[in-house]
Design a protein around this ligand. Structure first.
Ligand code: GDP
Ligand code: ZN
Length: 334
């Protein structure tokens, strides 16, 4: 689906369709009717690993896809050698329409806006209650990204053995976001089971600042992970192992997917449209019809103040919405 804002990796490249349509029929590429369906597990320097009939198949993007990106979570059409044997290379010839796209805008390190994960329906925001201290601003930025992309957010608060979740939960209570509190010391059947229940039947992207215990948690959720991750780890210049790409991992009993993403330091949000974020606030959204055009919802003429003053919604909700929208202007660490 076409989203707002400037994208560098969408398939809406100008001139392309018309040029293709004027080509003589015989020069058209085959329709790839025999292509197999694949689900992208990871992409590492152009190498796409996808699941085809339970086999892990390595593929490259076909040239005809041009600048169209292929990201983790994509459903794709694959042709060529689908045996999954070593040193075989298949081709991804089509990317199916995405039900959601989680994006990240350019930051200083990376000048392009990117689709991070496709087709996820939930965003698990993993935050430690201590060591490292929670960063509410980063949580807010992740929430905005989730609301903007239409993903349901889930707060996972780790290291409950070190600090109480109460202050954070109080801050986020007006948002009505679901949450679960974990502690690695009590990763027994029940606590892992509680998380698994929240992930059941869904594709959940996991984000979190490094050190929050995301790997520890994902390993507990997906016991076969160690085997699956071997090839996407790279040794960085500092000699530390870092996951370089997002990676989709199947939950036990085919009950959904975890998409583990590399630790986030920042979550660029320039592409976010307040009009989309407010959809996640059904109690406030109707009040915005009287707002000026392209209202930031934080300006003197914003109609939401009157909406709340008239008792249509809780002032705490408006306060939370404004706090979230304000994170677009600032950078984590400010
Ligand atoms: P990641 O960078 O988010 O993947 O974090 P890791 O899973 O590598 O964990 C970072 C550190 O936190 C490791 O030393 C873990 O042993 C520790 N850790 C993870 N979960 C917990 C927890 O629930 N409680 C405590 N006290 N430490 C934890
Ligand atoms: Zn407004």
């Amino acid at each position: 689906m076409r989203r707002y804002g400037k994208h560098t990796d969408e398939d809406d490249v100008p001139f392309r369709p018309s040029r293709r349509n004027t080509r003589p029929r015989t020069h058209r590429r085959p329709a790839h009717e025999d292509a197999a369906e694949g689900f992208v597990l990871t992409v590492d320097r152009g190498r796409i690993t996808c699941l085809v009939d339970e086999r892990s198949v390595t593929a490259m993007k076909a040239r005809e896809l041009g600048r169209k990106s292929v990201v983790v979570g994509d459903r794709v059409a694959v042709v060529g050698d689908l045996s999954g044997k070593r040193d075989t290379l298949a081709r991804v010839v089509r990317v199916e329409e995405r039900s959601s796209t989680l994006r990240r805008t350019a930051d200083d390190d990376d000048p392009f806006e990117r689709v991070v994960v496709a087709n996820a329906d939930q965003l698990a925001i993993v935050t430690a209650l201590a060591d490292p201290e929670p960063r509410p601003r980063l949580i807010d930025r992740c929430l905005v990204a989730a609301f903007d992309a239409g993903l349901e957010p889930l707060l996972i608060l780790t290291k409950a053995d070190l600090a109480s979740p109460e202050p954070l939960l109080e801050t986020y209570a007006p948002l009505g976001v679901s949450h679960v509190v974990t502690s690695a010391e009590r990763f027994d059947e029940t606590s892992v089971g509680a998380v698994l229940q929240l992930l059941a039947g869904r594709i959940t992207a996991f984000v979190g600042h490094s050190g929050v215990g995301k790997t520890t948690l994902v390993n507990a959720l997906v016991p076969q992970r160690q085997r699956a991750t071997g090839h996407v780890n790279a040794v960085t210049g500092r000699g530390r192992h870092t996951t370089v790409s997002a990676l989709a991992l199947p939950l036990p009993d085919a009950s959904g997917w975890v998409i583990d993403t590399p630790g986030v330091r920042s979550f660029g949000l320039h592409h976010v449209d307040p009009a989309r974020v407010i959809h996640a606030f059904p109690d406030l959204a109707p009040g915005a019809v009287d707002c000026p055009r392209a209202c930031s919802h934080d300006e003197p003429d914003c109609a939401l103040d009157a909406w709340v003053a008239d008792g249509h919604a809780d002032p705490q909700r408006l306060y939370s919405l404004r706090r979230l929208l304000a994170t677009r202007e600032r950078h984590e660490g400010d």
